[in-house]
Each structure stands twice: as structure tokens, then as C-alpha cells.
Design a protein around this ligand. Structure first.
Ligand code: NAD
Ligand code: DAU
Length: 349
């Protein structure tokens, strides 16, 4: 395991993982293979661009011929697949690209890994494959999958293909299922960067429904450390959950975020809910803890640290919000029904 193909490495988590690999494994070569969709951004990799161990190649994981050529030319021995369409709301508006990339693209990479006899194929998956998790339970890796959005269904399909390649061809695979990541370089369609940047712009924060949905917000570099642990200590054919092991209500996340910014709660605006919105995700992380990994940040620390990054890095997010993003924002939120205020707790002090 030395020559890595990091698909989707110009996106949020992929870019953080590239930083992690180069910082912690001086003898690894890293090739980023990325289509540069709206979510891919070479600014995410600007500070490693001169590193001789790093190469960027623009390409689509659905393009089997180019994937094969890159694997041969770059002598790839390990694929870590981050490439995906990732935003639930976009999957509701237009599922097509999700099926292409998250399902067919995964198949293309698995076939290439099989054909060239790679040492490892690692699939980056999500806790959304478990669907809504009732109170009192945290998803185990052995739980049945029950995806409920087109995004979650496409990611689940990818996981099932990976498992099939292990069972049928003994392809050396592993899967990790992460909870909500937050931190540097997250595209501002996702809730935490959207809300921080909206607050900095003095715009409302559109909370879906009552805001009592629960998510496990984890610091992205804790997730990257967990993926590294699975790659180096995980058992072939196995799946590992990665998160903080604690989940909080969205409204609590918003309150922490506003407190960190010293911004008023009056920015909160309840709006019409997301269709099929999963009420609660919760992952049991004992299996990965058993390999010696532990998260270094709880949800609150992750949120506060993320807020500080966006405050300090306007150069990164302002051009995004001033570009095509505006059209997306108008489409998603422009005509969305605003709900009655729902009695938030007043700010402390
Ligand atoms: P992102 O949307 O920020 O980045 C996705 C990257 O994939 C972009 O650089 C994009 O250009 C690239 N890409 C998309 N389609 C491609 C294709 N056909 N070929 C090559 N590249 C393509 O995503 P992210 O939030 O960094 O998520 C990365 C992975 O982690 C995804 O597989 C996602 O499902 C998974 N995941 C994300 C989270 C989260 O909270 N963001 C949590 C758990 C799992
Ligand atoms: O759980 C892991 C998943 O987390 C990843 O697999 C996905 O790629 C990633 O997008 C994320 O999915 P979510 O749907 O949980 O993330 P999002 O940031 O879109 O929303 C988080 C919560 O905030 C969710 O309950 C919906 C809510 N929300 C979101 C947006 C964008 C709002 O209330 N208002 C918003 O404007």
C-alpha cells in the first residue's frame, strides 16, 4: 500500500484525506482523480500542489478506459473512493448523476481493481445507508440497510457492489461509513458551512421543519484518521462506522454555531422540511475503537472549530457563494415556505 488513487480527492473529505496522507505517510504517492464537478475545487489542494508525491488528474470514475490507463501509468496499488454526488437535497431534485457516479462509477472502479489485482479497494460510505434510526439504538455495521433518499439508495447500492466483489471474487475490500463531516473546504450547500456563511452575510439560516432532527457532526480529520486506521488495521471484507458516537439536534448545532459567531438567534428561520427527511442518525463506533482509533473532537468542538475556519477563510468560500451557487440557492430556497417561529430558547446571558 504505497501508490494511492484518491478518487474525488478535490472534494471536501477527499482533499482533507490527501492532506492527512501526505502529512502522516512520507513514503506514499498520492494521485487525485477527480471530475471537478461543482463540488470539486483545486483550491482545496492548493497547499499540497508543489509536493512531488502528489499528482492531479482530471477524470470521471465512470470512464473505464481512463481509469485503467491511470492505474497502469501511475502503478496504483490502492484505491480509496471518495468520488460521489453527495448532497441529499440535490438527489431529490435530480437523482440521475447519483445513480451514474455512486452506483455505476463504483462498479467501474471495482472492475478495474479486479482486473489489475490491486492490493486494496476502500469504499467511503455513509451512515445514511441505515436510514432513520429509532431513539435508543445506534447503528451497528451488521444492521440491515434501509436507505430512504435517492442519495442514500445510491450509496447503499455502491456498498452492496463492494460486498459482492469481496464475496464473489475475494477482491480485497473494506468499507467505512461516516456520519456528518464538518471542517475545512466543505461546499456551502451542506448545513454547517451554509449556516456559518449565511450568518456572516447577515442572511437567515433556513432550518428544515422543527430542527429537532439528530445528526452526529464529526471533525473531518477525525474521520480521515479513522479511514487510515481501517486501511492499515481493518479486516478485509469488513465495514466500519466512523463518527463521534454522539448525536445532537440540528437546533443545538445552530445555537452552538451562532454563539461561536456571537450572532443573534433571530437569524434562525424555520422553513418547509426536506421530503423524506431522516429524523435521526446514530452510529455505534465500538468496532473501529477496537482497532485503537478514537475521535478527538465531540460535536460541539467540531462545530466551533469549523466556524472559526470559515471566519478565517473568506478567500475560499466567498467566490463559491458569488458564483453558480446563487442559482442553486434560489432554486432550493427561493420559493420555500417559511414556517411560524417555533420558540427557540433565548441566547444565554
Ligand atoms: P464532495 O461533494 O465535497 O466531493 C465529491 C468529489 O467527487 C468532488 O471533488 C467531485 O468533483 C468528485 N466527483 C463527483 N463525481 C465524480 C465522478 N463521476 N468522477 C470523478 N470525480 C467525481 O463530497 P464529500 O462530502 O467530500 O464526500 C466524499 C465521500 O464521502 C462521498 O462518497 C460521500 O458519500 C461520503 N460521505 C460524506 C459525508 C459528509 O458528511 N460529507 C459523510 C459520510 C460519507
Ligand atoms: O450522514 C452522512 C451524510 O451527511 C453524508 O453521507 C452526506 O453526503 C452529507 O451531505 C450529509 O447529509 P445530510 O443530509 O445529513 O447533511 P446536510 O448538511 O444536507 O443536512 C444536515 C442536517 O441539516 C439535516 O438534518 C438537514 C438539515 N438542514 C440542511 C440544510 C442544507 C437544514 O435544516 N437546512 C438546510 O438548509
Amino acid at each position: 500500500m504505497k501508490n494511492f488513487l484518491i478518487t474525488g480527492g478535490a472534494g471536501f473529505i477527499g482533499a482533507n484525506f490527501v492532506h492527512h496522507l501526505l502529512a502522516h505517510h512520507p513514503d506514499y504517492q498520492v494521485v487525485v482523480y477527480d471530475k471537478l464537478t461543482y463540488a470539486g475545487n483545486l483550491n482545496n489542494l492548493a497547499d499540497v500542489s508543489d509536493d512531488p508525491r502528489y499528482t492531479f488528474i482530471r477524470g470521471d470514475i465512470c470512464d473505464a478506459a481512463t481509469v485503467a490507463r491511470v492505474i497502469q501509468e501511475q502503478r496504483i496499488d490502492t484505491i480509496v473512493n471518495f468520488a460521489a454526488e453527495t448532497h441529499v437535497d440535490r438527489s431529490i431534485l435530480d437523482p440521475d448523476a447519483f445513480i451514474q457516479t455512486d452506483v455505476y462509477g463504483t462498479y467501474v472502479l471495482l472492475e478495474a481493481a479486479r482486473r489489475f489485482g490491486l492490493e486494496r479497494y476502500h469504499q467511503i460510505s455513509t451512515d445514511e445507508v441505515y436510514g432513520h434510526v429509532p431513539a435508543g439504538h445506534s447503528s451497528l455495521e451488521s444492521d440491515p440497510v434501509a436507505p430512504r433518499s435517492p442519495y442514500a439508495a445510491s450509496k447503499t447500492s455502491g456498498d452492496l457492489l463492494v460486498q459482492a466483489y469481496w464475496i464473489t471474487y475475494t477482491l480485497p475490500v473494506t468499507i467505512s461509513r461516516g456520519s456528518n463531516n464538518i471542517g475545512p473546504y466543505q461546499y456551502p450547500e451542506k448545513v454547517v458551512p451554509l449556516f456559518v456563511t449565511n450568518a456572516l452575510e447577515g442572511k437567515p439560516l433556513p432550518v428544515y421543519g422543527d430542527g429537532k432532527q439528530m445528526r452526529d457532526y464529526q471533525w473531518v480529520l477525525d474521520h480521515c484518521q479513522g479511514i487510515d486506521r481501517v486501511l492499515h488495521a481493518g479486516a478485509l471484507g469488513e465495514t466500519y462506522n466512523i463518527g463521534t458516537g454522539q448525536e445532537i439536534e440540528n437546533l443545538t448545532m445552530v445555537e452552538i454555531l451562532l454563539d461561536e459567531l456571537a450572532a443573534p438567534r433571530s437569524l434562525i428561520q424555520h422553513v418547509e422540511d426536506r421530503p423524506g427527511h431522516d429524523r435521526r442518525y446514530s452510529v455505534n463506533i465500538d468496532k473501529l475503537r477496537g482497532l485503537g482509533w478514537a475521535p478527538q473532537h465531540d460535536c460541539e468542538a467540531a462545530i466551533r472549530q469549523t466556524v472559526r475556519w470559515y471566519v478565517a477563510n473568506e478567500w475560499w468560500w466567498r467566490p463559491i457563494k458569488a458564483g453558480d451557487f446563487r442559482e442553486y440557492y434560489e432554486r432550493m430556497y427561493g420559493n420555500r415556505k417559511v414556517l411560524e417561529p417555533q420558540g427557540e430558547k433565548p441566547a444565554a446571558g
